[in-house]
Design a protein. Structure first.
Length: 330
């Protein structure tokens, strides 16, 4: 298992988008900017900063334009934003984000719940956005959600995932992120899906996006690494979830991912102690404890008493699930 692991891994930080989209607390724009600018000082080179979706669907990220325009980032940091349609693309274009992150689902029901469109309609809209992005010389990251399990339809057939991935790649997508949206995947399933997909898609164009609902995200990363994947998405302090996927808790915490990669001697260019500071900042901004395990451990060493006290509060991950359930009843 430890042989033939990659020497270097690309970490895509999705907390400011995947994390904050799921928070019931409205985070002030300057706080979002502060968090993203701190993340950009950790060595992270790829950060998803917001989405340009309907503010009626995701009010938490309604200030995307302002966030993107206010940010001051060091050279070499690439920022992406999630875009559902051409209207969102027009906003994204005003900000200079690159890559453009398009998204769709591997099941009909999740697709309808998440974007109010079935799969074939979603493919047509994604194609429009990819084409506009390419015309403007932008790169495109595509997310395919619920590739292992769907909260509405159960286990997802890898063959249907393969067929959708091929359609996305044929559009000219540069990177394809495979979403375990509800954190239900297991290492065997990860290895199997990557084995099937790598026949058709270059491994360096594939990313894995794990939510950590059942505590399997890190072991799934190991399975992904062993299968040759070199790009992983994660969210600072483990914030996150999809408001239109009941049961979707936070993403894999970026600190937990970097701790594992450091221990394997895999380069990321990211400074773990600076990431911990970002996790602490995220907790301060949200006014609650967040689920990242490495973060909890690092903060408890600093201040054991206050950690014990605050641990008696409801954990952030549970709040995220509750947020998700509230979202679905909209
Ligand atoms: P709809 O209601 O079917 O859209 O929503 P519509 O075209 O009928 O428009 C309705 C209204 O929204 C109109 O405004 C539009 O102008 C406006 P009104 O006339 O009523 O005032 N509108 C927009 N406004 C701003 N920006 C836009 C935009 N588009 C339309 N881009 C729509 C369709 C796709 C817009 C909606 O369903 C939506 O925004 N969904 C996004 C849901 C979302 O963001 N989910 C979470 C992200 S996905 C995720 O988390 C998974 C991921 O992390 C990977 C994984 O974990 O698997 C990526
Ligand atoms: Mg996600």
């Amino acid at each position: 298992m430890f042989e033939n692991l990659p020497k270097r891994v690309k970490v895509v930080e999705v907390g400011p988008r995947d994390g904050l989209q799921n928070e019931s607390k409205t985070v002030a724009t300057p706080d979002k900017v502060r968090l993203i600018e701190a993340l950009a000082q950790t060595g992270l080179r790829n950060i998803e900063i917001t989405s340009f979706v309907s503010p009626k669907w995701i009010p938490q990220l309604a200030d995307g334009l302002e966030v993107a325009r206010t940010l001051k980032l060091p050279p070499g940091v690439r920022v992406s934003a999630l875009v559902p349609n051409l209207k969102g693309y027009e906003s994204a274009k005003q900000t200079g984000v690159d890559p453009i992150a398009v998204f769709m689902s591997a099941t009909e029901t999740h697709s309808l719940k998440n974007i109010n469109k079935g799969i074939s309609e979603a493919l047509a809209v994604v194609e429009q956005v990819v084409s506009a992005s390419k015309t403007d010389g932008k790169s495109v990251r595509a997310y395919l959600s619920v590739v292992f399990s769907c909260p509405y339809e159960g286990k997802v057939d890898p063959k249907s995932v393969e067929s959708l991935c091929q359609k996305l790649m044929a559009m000219g997508v540069d990177e394809l992120s495979l979403g375990d949206t509800i954190g239900a995947a297991t290492p065997k399933e990860v290895a199997e899906l990557v084995r099937i997909l790598k026949e058709k898609i270059e491994l360096n164009k594939m990313a894995l996006h794990f939510h950590d609902t059942r505590g399997t995200a890190l072991v799934n990363v190991m399975a992904g690494l062993a299968a040759g994947v070199t790009t992983f998405d994660a969210s600072v302090a483990g914030m996150g979830g999809c408001p239109y996927a009941p049961g979707a808790a936070g993403n894999l915490a970026t600190e937990d991912l970097v701790y594992l990669l450091d221990s394997l001697g895999i380069e990321t260019g990211i400074d773990l102690s600076r990431l911990v500071e970002c996790g602490r900042l995220a907790e301060e901004i949200l006014g609650k404890q967040l689920p990242g395990r490495y973060l909890r451990s690092a903060l408890s060493k600093r201040n054991p008493k206050s950690e014990q006290l605050s641990e008696s509060k409801e954990p952030g991950a549970i709040e995220s699930v509750n947020d998700a359930l509230r979202g679905i009843s909209k």
